[in-house]
Design a protein around this ligand. Structure first.
Ligand code: BGC
Length: 499
């Protein structure tokens, strides 16, 4: 074929493809039942609505539940677990400490050389390892052996820049981001698994014991000096850099908060704690429940088939593990009832958790005039081709409704803590500066989400009061925080003090 003839053939073929795509798109668009789409969307908007009045009620409910959970065991859906952290880092910590941070699909191991007041964090190194999905729902030895062997490899790779004093055992801060009933700073029993983990026979078991046995099996000579939730680690890490940190919030795969409480405000542990001073409470706010929460049929259906039905309801409305799945469920209904993606429902759309929150975030942030990112993601992730711009706009609108509901509910939770903490501060007329240490991929990477959290706090509290509430991103706060807590609760400090 001559050059001209070839070029003409190519051009014609391309034109034919474009025409076919247009025809398919037009057919798809014309088959969409827009009246049904509108009805589903209207209902979604109504059910997800979070007017500021409702958010204020939720913030009050959060503060009330905090009181109830502190008053008596089982007094609230909020577990309000004691952390036994009574020495938050001061900056004086010195030496080489380790952390293991487990709480999602990845875990991190970390070492940090602390140089006291002057040197601060002299050097740190970390490694991230992803957990094979079958280990998240298997046996405990398999999971803990996998973790301990990664830790052993990490220790084996230690360079000469890190110094452990001769004769000392390595000390580890273990961030375990699940609800744990602590017995002391260095031990506790698992209350339940969350975020898709379900390990046989471990509920009620000694978490540090499980890890220590696995470390022994790997020939690792290491002592767990602090067992902490990620919220506690984040709070400790935040405090190291800023004295005004009063609480920590995690908005990631899961969600939770911790805050500093006066011991005398905790009736249920009177006797177990010193008579005065402060301690840190792991709220386990993911289990918060209130009649004011805007719950839809999609949330109920998701909860019914979850590993923990009826539990962690706030977490299921707010956290990164679930937003993509709620989004998928709305799209599926629109595909089934309104033929949003043509007469056949895309098979991948029927697969639970096929739409992860980072994909939803990418679509939500699409600023291109034709929404090409939405187009590409629908194609790549769900195998959906040839959507109209109108359909793609609809998809973005759904992301907006789901993400903003989540962000606004998280903001209400934060205001609940602010209310509880500021009331405790002698009814000061002016709110003191209160820093919330924040961690979690949802907040860090989903910009529309984090902006909405911030603007909603302003909306609830008003311009003036909200100026005292500062949210500070504490990247990897929970890992460093756990190492810092291992340092401030070091076994050797206790020994030195007792000499
Ligand atoms: C867990 C918490 C944890 C939070 C954030 C929740 O599912 O119950 O203990 O702090 O996730 O990781």
């Amino acid at each position: 074929m001559g050059k001209v003839a070839f070029a003409t053939a190519v051009t014609c073929a391309a034109a034919a493809c474009a025409v076919t795509a247009l025809v398919v798109r037009q057919r798809m668009q014309s088959s969409v039942r827009w009246a049904s789409v509108d009805a589903v969307m209207r209902e979604l908007e109504e059910r997800c609505a979070t007017p500021v009045g409702k958010l204020r009620q939720l913030a009050d409910a959060m503060a009330v539940e905090m009181h109830a959970g502190l008053a008596a065991e089982g007094g609230s859906k909020l577990k309000m677990l004691i952390s036994y952290v009574d020495n938050l880092p001061t900056g004086d910590e010195e030496g080489l400490f380790y952390a293991l941070d487990l709480g999602g699909t990845n875990f991190r191991v970390l070492r940090v050389q602390l140089g006291g007041k002057e040197g601060r964090i002299v050097r740190q190194e970390f490694e991230e390892v992803s957990i094979p999905p079958h280990l998240m729902i298997g046996g405990s030895d398999e999971l803990f052996d996998f973790i301990a062997s990664a830790l052993a490899r990490f220790i084996a790779s230690e360079g000469e820049d890190f110094h452990l004093p001769v004769g000392r055992q390595r000390e580890l801060g273990f961030t375990f981001s699940f609800p744990v009933r602590q017995i002391s700073i260095g031990s506790g029993t698992l209350v339940k698994w969350t975020k898709g983990f379900n390990i046989d026979g471990t509920v009620g078991e000694d978490v540090v014991g499980e890890l220590s046995r696995a470390m022994e099996r790997q020939g690792l000579n290491m002592r767990v000096s602090a067992l902490v939730n990620d919220t506690i680690g984040t709070l400790a890490g935040g405090r190291y850099h800023d004295k005004d940190v009063v609480a920590a919030v995690i908005l990631g795969t899961g969600t939770n908060a911790a805050y500093v409480e006066r011991v005398k405000a905790i009736p249920k542990w009177q006797g177990l704690l010193p008579k005065s001073g402060e301690t840190v409470i792991n709220m386990e706010w993911g289990n918060f429940r209130s009649s004011h929460l805007p719950i839809t049929e999609y949330d109920r259906a998701l909860d019914d088939v979850s590993l923990n039905p009826g539990e962690q309801i706030y977490e299921k409305l707010v956290s990164g593990m679930y937003l993509g799945e709620i989004f998928r469920r709305v799209l599926l209904r629109l595909a089934q009832e309104a033929a949003l993606f043509g007469e056949t429902v895309p098979a991948k759309l029927e697969v639970p958790f096929s739409l992860r929150t980072p994909i939803m975030s990418a679509m939500h942030h699409d600023k291109s005039p034709d929404l090409t990112v939405v187009d590409t993601k629908l194609n790549e992730v769900l195998g959906i081709l040839n959507t109209s711009l109108q359909t793609r706009k609809m998809v973005v609108q759904i992301c907006d409704i789901i993400a903003k509901r989540s962000a606004r509910l998280a903001a209400a939770g934060i205001v609940g803590i602010v209310k509880k903490v500021s009331r405790a501060r002698d009814n000061a007329r002016e709110l003191p500066r209160m820093v919330i240490a924040m961690d979690g991929g949802l907040y860090e990477h989903y910009k529309i989400f984090s902006e909405s959290v911030q603007s909603t706090i302003k909306e609830i509290l008003g311009e003036e009061a909200s100026a005292s509430v500062v949210i500070k991103m504490a990247n990897d706060g929970s890992g460093i925080g756990a190492a810092l807590l291992a340092a401030s609760h070091s076994h050797y400090l206790e020994l030195e003090q007792s000499l």
